[in-house]
Write a protein of this length. Structure first.
Ligand code: S3P
Ligand code: PEP
Length: 450
């Protein structure tokens, strides 16, 4: 569905080699956090390379509703004039976070320890996703939440009048939950502690330190212990958003399965909490190299070079790697379908509560296109058919999920018959230039009539 609610059906088919350079947009996780932390700092944060996808634009609008001045200077340059920790104003209207779990959960955290009331909603996908995972810990700060049955949006959060700091062990491996607690901890006096058993993306921790908060991270027997001292004055920052490894995944995987391809995806952050897919592809035998490796803004970076890799083998993906590639399993399953032998993915229950049930969405579409897939509550196995041997020819449902839509469009580049996607509109949430970028490399992705 486009943001206007009209489905955007597309199809993709075999094409000549993909060649050239793919400049993917800014990192979605860092873009959300730049706007939210900018709004909680005192003074003006400048942001270059912000992802101008619908998810992030919704977060920008939300920050305005809470009183920050958010200005688009054009060309990915933005500024946020923040109101300080505890300075959020009460929004006059409902906050619509669109399709974005990150947006709504982080913003709920950011306002939960301030004595204001806000009501949140989203699209049909977001309104079906679980929110108790954030409202449970936010209640410990003193915030109250009233939503629909099952802890679903629309939901009203009554911020704590006298917030208290919290010690919280995250029950699910989720950077969104961790971040919501840390952002709520900003306006609680004393130390808020979050403990996670499995490390998840650490952008909130790094950025909070960058904004001047006192935050320490320790590895202990209990897990990863993050301690934040509340009520700091956050100092505005100048931020250059790195390009998004989760978006880079699509041209990289497309190149690996399209005959003769050689694609360069420059300036990709390889923070170990995000780089699991690329390691996995290399373990499968992909011709994927890191060129020009360097460190920028404290983050490891490289240019990714992906070449057609006809002899990849299925593997058992280490479950310990799941959090570092959680958004990349759908497109990995497309590569797995073109590898030889089974690819086994375990410890991935979280895939069932994303924009769609991603195991079910991919398994159904892959099966319809001639790939054998088995699945259980927290695992799935894709039986690889060998490069170029997937039949294709079926229509796949994207279920309002950008990553499902893009994954099936990548699948169509390798199949014998074209693959159709019922609605690629959601791609605009995270990768608004996906279509022209892939076309420039040589992909055949076309819009169809509904
Ligand atoms: O914190 C973030 O920016 C994100 C965390 C992940 O979600 P979970 O924390 O729910 O796993 C990921 O799927 C999402 O795309 C972005
Ligand atoms: C899961 C995702 O996003 P979110 O949770 O922010 O909707 C994603 O981008 O793959």
């Amino acid at each position: 569905m486009s943001s206007h609610g009209v489905p955007v059906p597309m199809s993709s088919s075999k094409c000549g080699p993909l060649k050239g350079r793919a400049d993917v947009p800014g990192d979605k996780s860092i873009s959300h956090r730049s706007l939210i932390l900018g709004a909680m700092a005192v003074g003006e944060t400048r942001i270059t390379g912000l992802l101008e996808g619908e998810d992030v634009l919704d977060t920008g609008r939300a920050m305005r509703a809470f009183g920050a001045e958010v200005t688009d200077h054009g060309g990915g340059e933005w500024s946020v004039h923040g109101v300080g920790v505890g300075g959020f104003a009460e929004p006059e209207n409902v906050i619509d976070c669109g399709n974005s779990g990150t947006g709504v959960r982080l913003i709920m955290g950011a306002m939960a320890s301030t004595p204001i009331v806000a009501t949140f909603t989203g699209d049909a996908s977001l309104n079906g996703r679980p929110m108790a995972r954030v409202t449970d810990p936010l209640a410990l700060f003193g915030a109250e939440a009233v939503g629909r049955t099952g802890g679903r949006l629309p939901m009203t959060i009554v911020g704590a009048k006298e917030p208290v700091p919290v010690r919280y062990v995250t029950p699910v491996p989720s950077a969104q939950v961790k971040s919501a607690v840390l952002l709520a901890g900003l306006n609680a006096p004393g130390q808020t502690v979050v403990i996670e058993k499995e490390a998840t993306r650490d952008h909130t921790e790094r950025m909070l330190q960058g904004f001047g908060a006192e935050l320490t991270v320790e590895d202990t027997d209990e897990g990863h212990v993050i301690t934040l001292t509340g009520q700091p004055e956050l100092k505005p920052q100048v931020i250059t958003v790195p390009r998004d490894p989760s978006s880079a995944a699509f041209p990289v995987c497309a190149a690996l399965i399209t005959e003769g391809s050689d694609v360069l995806v420059p300036n990709i952050g390889l923070n170990p909490t995000r780089a699991g897919l690329f390691e996995t592809l290399r373990d499968m035998g992909a011709d994927l190299t890191y060129e020009n490796e360097r460190t920028e803004g404290g983050e490891p970076m490289a240019d990714l070079r992906a070449r057609y890799s006809p002899n990849m083998k299925g593997i058992e993906v280490p479950p310990a790697r799941a959090a570092s590639m959680i958004d990349e399993y759908p497109v990995l399953s497309v590569v797995a379908a073109n590898a030889s032998g089974p690819t086994v993915m375990r410890g991935v229950k979280e895939l069932r509560v994303k924009e769609s049930d991603r195991i079910d969405a991919m398994a159904t579409g892959l099966r319809a296109n001639g790939v054998e897939v088995e699945d259980g509550p927290d695992w799935w196995i894709v039986q690889g058919r060998g490069m170029g041997n997937v039949q294709g020819g079926a229509e796949c449902a994207s279920h309002l999920d950008h990553r499902i839509a893009m994954s099936f469009l990548v699948l169509g580049m390798s199949t014998i018959d074209p693959v159709r996607v019922d609605d690629a509109g959601p791609v605009a949430t995270s990768f608004p230039i996906f279509e022209p970028l892939m076309a420039k490399l040589g992909a055949k992705i076309t819009r169809r009539n509904a």
